[in-house]
Design a protein around this ligand. Sequence first.
Ligand SMILES: C[S@@+](CC[C@H](N)C(=O)[O-])C[C@H]1O[C@@H](n2cnc3c(N)ncnc32)[C@H](O)[C@@H]1O
Length: 233
Amino acid sequence: MTKVGDALHRAFFTLVSHLPAAGSRRLLGGYFDWWHRRPDPWHYTTDRYERDRHSATLRRLPRRDYRRILDVGCSEGTFTDLLAASFPEAETIGVDISSHAVRAAAARRASKARFLHLDIRHQAPEGLFDLAICSEMLYYVGDAAMLRQVSRRLRELLAPGGLLALAHPWPEARRLHRHFTADAGLEALGEHVVLDRSRPYAIALYQRRPFEQGATVGSGFVPGVADPLAGYS
Ligand SMILES: C[S@@+](CC[C@H](N)C(=O)[O-])C[C@H]1O[C@@H](n2cnc3c(N)ncnc32)[C@H](O)[C@@H]1O
């Protein structure tokens, strides 16, 4: 997309975020159902860049024995399935605002991941997660207030010590991720920028601070990989 195209695209989603919740959800859901009218709209299963991006994101995730993993804005679940395969002991859940996307994700039956239809701006899955991923999604959320709301929601979905990974185009990631960096309940562990020539992107990692003094941090590293900051700058 051109710079003007990008600006118009972001302005459209800001406008949508100003509508009342139900109308905004219907409009955004309809928009992404339209995108998902044909299979794999962003070519995640075939495009070299997208496949490399998914592998790079996966490699950046600390190896822990996660119990519950959440993939926010999962589309047809290509990355969710990779997560489920990489952490087979975990319960992995993908959520998306498009009912077409979650139906297609479930129909793929490519892993034991489960898929739920919801708008993360206003809804949340049940329970707490040890790891949440939000990749190529935040620029659809809307204005700064809505980004702060989503930051709060994702933080509240994490168990104490749980990790949140964000992956978005660079340098726009600065605008999107700063609300998470500013969230007092999250500790920024680091950011890794992949300087891909066609479309650079940043992968940022956060950890939920303990709910209260003395709460346990972390759900246990796999022996040998004890440093959550490994590879981040
Ligand atoms: C570009 S795709 C990214 C897919 C995947 N996360 C990845 O990086 O490969 C963005 C997805 O986010 C979903 N989405 C956008 N806004 C959402 C919201 N408020 N709640 C849940 N999903 C949303 C869209 O339906 C779409 O499937």
